[in-house]
Design a protein around this ligand. Structure first.
Ligand SMILES: [Zn+2]
Length: 388
């Protein structure tokens, strides 16, 4: 008899995966939110310049909604930007919030939705389960296949020079996530590679998460890895491959559903200081430490890594350890083939920075607690040295 430990699982109730769906956003909104009248589209200046906001905005107007675009989101959004966005939403009196962008835009959209009609000060929402009350209707439309933020209950805010804080609450799950590969066709190959590897890390870390791994997160992580590993190289070689782009978006969403319930661990814990101190993009930070964390974890996690190797490198054979190593090698090869940076030196980090990185990584106790193998400060320093 298989005895599963007790678990709970939450996700976004409605998902639409269809190329071109963003151009019919107004129809989707009218169908699901018939009372919505004033839509705030939340994005960043770079995505606004692509012109890809125009079609979804026009379709909302055709459906009878008044539309305002808030396009001041920046990467690793500071608290001041979140507060400005909330003020803009209040001034506009929006009654539905639509995140249209990468993880930062979707995270800001989540916080607008919970704060716009609430008197709760932002300083009191950080941490787990501290959001009070309900939120405005929330729709998420990702423009990168990576963060999975469209289906997670987490928003990350930069609260100091290099420090970030997370808001984790059930209210952050959107009402609708809409995947449209046409929005991702113009993404440069390096961004596609780094964000895609980030999504693969979400699946790998969910599958090996120490406490909350469960049958549903396992199923999602495996399907996510199958889609992501089959399509990542093709989309990097031909960014206009619409079917492969749609498969990447779906893979990133499934990985997001998995890690929102079975949280990520040491790869992310060690990646955060690289992003925080050196402003290396999140996906690339993860990719830099990934193979070295996999090798460090192998003494505890080899049986699970061997199961994932069957998906990513079906030809892998031999002992559990050999197949786990094949997974690490395969992930390194993806970084090599796509041409993204592979060492800390290549992103400007010096040998003298490794101690500070190790110190900061040890502060990520929430993430390190999910890791299949205990990470000491000495271990963290050695992993950075291996990645150097
Ligand atoms: Zn990530």
């Amino acid at each position: 008899m298989t005895d599963f430990p007790a678990f709970s699982f939450s996700t976004v109730p409605h998902i639409v995966s269809e190329s071109g769906a963003a151009g019919r956003l107004g129809e989707h909104i009218a169908q699901r939110f018939p009372d919505a009248r004033r839509a705030l589209l939340v994005t960043d200046p770079g995505f606004l310049r692509t012109g890809l906001v125009d079609a979804p905005a026009a379709s909302l107007r055709t459906a009878g909604l008044t539309v305002e675009v808030y396009a001041q989101v920046m990467a690793d959004p500071p608290e001041t930007v979140v507060l400005e966005a909330v003020a803009a939403a209040r001034k506009f009196r929006c009654d539905i919030v639509i995140g249209l962008g990468g993880g930062s835009s979707m995270d800001v959209a989540k916080l607008i939705a919970v704060l716009a009609n609430s008197g709760q000060p932002i300083s009191t929402i950080y941490g787990i389960g501290n959001v009070k009350g309900s939120r405005l209707p929330l729709v998420q439309i990702p423009t990168t296949a990576g963060t999975g933020s469209e289906v997670t209950n987490i928003a990350i805010v930069t609260t100091g020079a290099t420090t970030k804080m997370g808001v984790v609450a059930p209210q952050l799950y959107a009402d609708l996530a809409l995947l449209d590969a046409e929005l991702t066709l113009g993404l440069p190959s390096a961004v596609t590679a780094a964000t895609g590897i980030d999504a693969m890390v979400h699946a790998i870390e969910a599958y090996t998460s120490k406490h909350k791994k469960n049958p549903l997160s396992d199923l999602l992580a495996r399907q996510a890895l199958a889609l992501l590993s089959a399509n990542l190289i093709p989309v990097c070689e031909n960014g206009r491959n619409l079917a492969a782009r749609q498969a990447m978006l779906l893979g990133a969403l499934l990985a997001g559903q998995a890690f929102s319930n079975a949280p990520v661990a040491a790869v992310h814990a060690l990646a955060y200081p690289i992003g925080g101190i050196f402003h290396v993009p999140h996906g690339l930070s993860n990719s830099l430490v990934l193979p070295h964390v996999l090798r460090f974890n192998a003494p505890e996690a080899a049986p699970l890594y061997a199961e994932l190797a069957e998906i990513v490198v079906p030809a892998a054979s031999g002992s559990l350890e050999a197949r786990a190593e094949a997974l690490a090698v395969a992930m390194q090869q993806i970084a090599t083939v796509t041409g993204i940076e592979r060492t800390l030196q290549q992103v400007g980090i010096q040998a003298s920075d490794l101690d500070r990185l190790a110190d900061e990584a040890m502060l990520q106790t929430r993430l390190l607690g999910n890791n299949p193998r205990t990470v000491t400060r000495t271990d963290a320093r050695a992993i950075y040295a291996a990645a150097f």
